[in-house]
Design a protein around this ligand. Sequence first.
Ligand code: MN
Length: 305
Amino acid sequence: MLSSVRSRSSSKVVVALGFDDGYVPHAAAVIASIARASDPAAFRFLLLNTGVSKDRQAQLESSAPGAEFDWIEVGSEHLPELKVKGSVAHINRATFLRLALERVAPADCDRVIYLDADLVVTGDLRDLWAVDMAGAVVAGVHDHFIKPADFAHQWALPSPTLGYFNAGVLLIDLKQVREERLFSKAVAFVLANNPAFADQDALNWALWNRWRAVDLVWNVGRHLAIDVLILEVQEDRRLNGRAPKIVHFTGPEKPWLNTGYHPWAWLYWRALRDTSFEREVSENQSISTLKKVRLWLRWLIRRYS
Ligand SMILES: [Mn+2]
């Protein structure tokens, strides 16, 4: 009997996030959005962090009752202190935490979905989990801002066959990563070169021509949400009326800040309402209920006009 019992986690979808204490509410919103879009009991969350109190851990866990949580504090023994170039101010140390997965993820995790904490999931992540990697190390979505040929030229890489991916949503074959120490190579690249787009440049460098593209609905950045920006995107890289499965609030204008506009910001506030952090975030940014209603109305008007 016992021998037929599989380990509790073996069939779960493993989702990793990396964040510092300030981002706990936003990570909770990501998790609440996943729970809303599918069955929370199907998920195991690896929460890479730089130190979060037990109280706040429990508060975050209440965002997805029935899910499994592994809290992993990443210290300098797992990931060296990496400097971030000043040019991209909204990137901080927490962004590098994903590079620690190679060393800190539990041994029974051979595949993991990594998600940034500045996004909202609206589709069923089990569909992304089921993607055939076909030998690729990671699966993700093309990044809009970096020109692959320029990147290849800058770092003396072979011609791009696949382009340059955005690191905010990644399905990762952790087995291959461990075997070839690919994320350690990315860390070494950051230490040696301090690239402008931090962990993302480092991952693209380490996994050059070894990733596979998934449907862009899995990582819908700001350039696919704002009308004037969409016009600058080549047509086959646009949503063309399809619904996103993950809205990624790329760039410095986050939905919890009082700056800028995003048509799907209300999705963030809806997700946050399913956590116990709504008051904390609203008070920090003095964002009123009225403003949230306005965001939602503005989206409706845009959609139906
Ligand atoms: Mn992001």
